[in-house]
Design a protein around this ligand. Sequence first.
Ligand code: ASP
Ligand code: MG
Length: 461
Amino acid sequence: CIINTLLKFPYSLLQIYFLSIAFFHLKTYLCFAILKSRNYMKVFKFGGASVKDAAGVKNLSSIVHQQHGQLIVVVSAMGKTTNLLETLCNAYFHQDPKATAIMKELKDFHLNIVNSLFPLNNPVYKHLEELFTNLENILASESSLCYDYEYDRIICFGELISTTIISDYLKMEGIENQFIDIRKFLKTDQNYRNANIDLELSEQLCKEAFDFNTSSTFVPQGFIAGTRTNQTTTLGREGSDYTAALLANLLNAENVTIWKDVPGVMNADPKEYEKAQVISRMSYKEAIELSHFGAKVIHPKTIKPIQNKQIPLYVRSFLHPESEGTVIQEIDEHLKLPPIYINKENQCLLTLTPRDFSFIAEEKLSHIFAVLAQYKLKLNLMQNSAISFSFCVDCNSAVFNEFLDQLREEFEVRYNQDVKLITIRHYNEEIIREIIGDTPSLVEQRSRTTAQFVLRNHVLQ
Ligand code: ASP
Ligand code: MG
């Protein structure tokens, strides 16, 4: 019996040995399968401020250079180019001869940057010449009657030019990459200037276009997209963050990094509040609330696509790429956040009273909401009483007077222009005293987490 056990002993040891090896391989395989489904691909987004001059382009290249593996580099128009293109579009649409001078300013700005980055025989000059000619051809043709359509057709050149320069610069620096005209692959409806993505079609097209077997780095434009019939559309001002989030969602990225001129998501704008500090971790829910209330650091549409696929979003400084910045992800535990202060300027506070002294009831409210939607105005705060309805909207819309006229058909309209909407998340009395002081508010609202104040000409101490 003893001999028998001894004979079996090495056998069972061997069995344990092989089983453990099999288990180890299974574990490695499973980890690999999970990583593979995440594609091990990253998305970087560089905004206009990060590529406003030649030094910015070099800095982008050095950040990209430090990356290994698959990368999508989403880029916005350089500096304030989109604003300049807006003035160009207005001049073109209203047949203002100023268009020629603006076009020259646009060319000079970019050629200046290019001249200090590239030798004269680089193909970038030919690539840019083609883009300038295309834009000049549009300007020389007669415009349609649809402003929003013309806007997208012209505004897209900011991103087409910046990505051309950046893709060619990275190539010159030895970073192999592929330029992508995203209008062919990110498909939208025809809601020009604020188009809605066709996710299914875009997913299919993007998966074909971003083929990491052919290149490890891709350089697509942010903010712009195209209809099924290849008309250019845009996703709303500052929409490049949204493009980055969409591509991450459609292509199952491992994470997204938005490179900014601030060190991360902060609890206030450091230009307005010197004690502002970086918040190192934040939930998707907190981030979406902050951007809704007007925090400029991330575009409000950015969070949903990444939350839906549980992709972490990093907000980091392109000036200090070594610092960690903020990560936005699913956070289960209760995070204690400091008070967060957001100042939304250029607001208009309106108070509507029905002309016939009738109640502000559901039908009246739905009529007001319909008019707001018709003029694409964003409602930022509202409050009602028996016969009045007060609300804050963004004031910088070209159609604002038309909007007022339409409301006046049914209501007596009173309004304060250029007020500010201050939001304090996770407030306490001390921070309210510090930020608001004795300034009388026009409207005030508090929930358990958020306090809001509409103020006239508020100056921070
Ligand atoms: N260039 C566009 C804009 O300035 C998009 C962006 O910057 O995200 O609005
Ligand atoms: Mg921008």
